[in-house]
Ligand binder design. Structure first.
Ligand SMILES: NC(=O)c1ccc[n+]([C@@H]2O[C@H](COP(=O)([O-])OP(=O)(O)OC[C@H]3O[C@@H](n4cnc5c(N)ncnc54)[C@H](OP(=O)(O)O)[C@@H]3O)[C@@H](O)[C@H]2O)c1
Length: 446
């Protein structure tokens, strides 16, 4: 990492840490620049929102002071040479479970781990998308039996005849359809033209799943006999997002040549001892960051072909993390989204401008982009090389100022606040037409 200008003290910021022993979290100090942000292939991201997943505080980790939250939305602050994700872009993504998480003001994202965020979603909605949507996408199209439509345009309802023929023949069962993964899976399967989609969920969630207007049938999973009547026709594809008894039941209704993909527990763990056709195949996987998939998901969201449900009750300021965790633990499922630094979305940029390292917003963006594209010389340069002056350059500037007797220029006027097109998070039980593009309300993130 290049030197932070000596005249600028490191920023003292606050991150959310996980106590591995007590399984609690706490706010603790962190600095920017931060030695953990020195990976030269990574983008430095200023985090605006981060999502925490149910159960993640119990996940094993090798880090001494782990930071939770593996999906984020925010600004690119600096980028490696030749990255198309230049400073200032608004991005979202899912970062590796092996690395520190994103509940901190600045984080790192490798190329695969970021993507331009959907245009009409709030920071909080964007942060809530990647993990659930990518898991559903990969389950259906990378590990399942559905064929991914060849072109983005083919996902649109008017192009139904372009949908893969084979998908139209597929009877598909998705369990846990009201959950983070299930709700995306039902929508993606429908947009890809799955022939007949049956979704199951607890009775209380049936209206929500119906509101997605994606499944052909939504069943109360607990109601006796609801699935049994499928025991004859059989599903070509089962995507199980629940595990346990639900997964066991799935084995009874899968087609003799069908496929069970499960994300909660490997399907094989719940295989009945007898009565299963040898032609049934199974799949289980851990979701991985995939930029092209996230890009497609963003496009489908922009077209209004997917809906990104986020219950407003699940959004908290990071400082309010205790209430957020209470919420996360009180249910058996779901996620919470934390707003990070919303009151001052670009402090580093402001600081550098104040110290004359950057002249204006536009200059900064243009310079960042140029530097990134032109600076092909060394991989050893840190991410921040393009953004900050190093100590020597700065000293040179100070000396030049002293020699000429020139005063540093006055700080430029404050830039207009970052403006995002955003929609209020829809109510979880909203019955609106999901294919209608949401009404945009232009808001200012403060
Ligand atoms: N392999 C991977 O890479 C990967 C990635 C993401 C998630 N996961 C795992 O996949 C599972 C689902 O994730 P998620 O984020 O979707 O979890 P989630 O948001 O907690 O959703 C689980 C859903 O299943 C519903 N449900 C509970 N019991 C049910 C039943 N008997 N029948 C039908 N639905 C039932 C829940 O409803 P109620 O809450 O109303 O009961 C909830 O809506 C979790 O175990 C998660 O850890 C794995």
């Amino acid at each position: 990492m290049s030197a932070w200008p000596r005249s600028i003290p490191p920023l003292e910021l606050t991150a959310l840490y996980r106590d591995k022993v007590n399984k609690t979290v706490y706010l603790g100090p962190t600095e920017f620049p931060d030695p953990t942000l020195s990976e030269p292939r990574a983008h430095v991201i200023q985090v605006c929102a981060v999502a925490l997943t149910h159960g993640e505080l119990d996940w094993p980790t090798t880090h001494d002071r782990p930071i939770p939250g593996y999906e984020y939305s925010g600004y690119v602050v600096s980028a490696p040479a030749h990255s198309p994700f230049t400073p200032g872009l608004q991005v979202y993504g899912h970062t590796s479970f092996d690395c520190l998480g994103n509940a901190r003001p600045y984080t790192l994202a490798l190329f695969q781990e970021l993507c331009i965020q959907p245009t009409h979603l709030s920071w909080e909605q964007c942060a809530n998308v990647p993990l659930g949507a990518l898991t559903a996408f990969q389950a259906l199209f990378d590990h399942g039996l559905l064929e991914r439509p060849a072109h983005t345009d083919h996902w649109t309802p008017i192009n139904k005849r372009c949908l893969p023929e084979s998908n139209l023949q597929k009877l598909t069962l998705i369990t846990g359809a009201s959950g983070e993964v299930g709700a995306w899976a039902v929508q993606l399967a429908a947009r890809a033209g799955a022939g007949h989609i049956v979704a199951t969920c607890p009775a209380s969630d049936v209206p929500f799943v119906r509101s997605l207007a994606a499944a052909h049938e939504v069943l109360d999973e607990a109601a006796e006999g609801n699935l049994e009547r499928w025991a004859r026709s059989k599903f070509h594809i089962v995507l199980d997002c629940v595990g346990g008894a639900t997964l066991r039941a799935a084995w009874r209704v899968v087609h003799a040549e069908g496929r069970i993909i499960s994300v909660a527990t490997p399907a094989i763990c719940e295989k009945p001892p007898r009565g299963v056709s040898p032609g049934v195949t199974t799949g289980w996987f851990i979701v991985t960051a995939a930029q092209n998939e996230l890009e497609l998901i963003a496009t489908l969201l922009n077209y209004g072909l997917l809906r990104a449900p986020l219950d407003g009750d699940n959004v908290f300021d990071m400082e309010d993390y205790e209430r957020a965790l209470e919420r996360l633990r009180s249910g058996s499922r779901g996620k919470v989204v934390l707003r990070v630094n919303m009151r001052d979305p670009r402090p580093v940029i402001e600081l550098l401008k104040e110290y004359g390292s950057i002249e204006s917003d536009n200059d900064w963006l243009a310079d960042g982009a140029d530097d990134d594209m032109d600076d092909g010389d060394d991989d050893d340069d840190s991410d921040l090389d393009d953004l900050v002056l190093d100590g020597e350059e700065e000293e040179e500037e100070e000396q030049m100022g002293a020699a000429t007797g020139l005063q540093p220029p006055p700080p430029p006027p404050p830039p207009p606040p970052a403006v995002l097109e955003r929609v209020e998070p829809p109510e979880r039980m909203d019955q609106g037409n999901p294919l209608a593009i949401p009404i945009h309300t232009v808001g200012v993130d403060q």
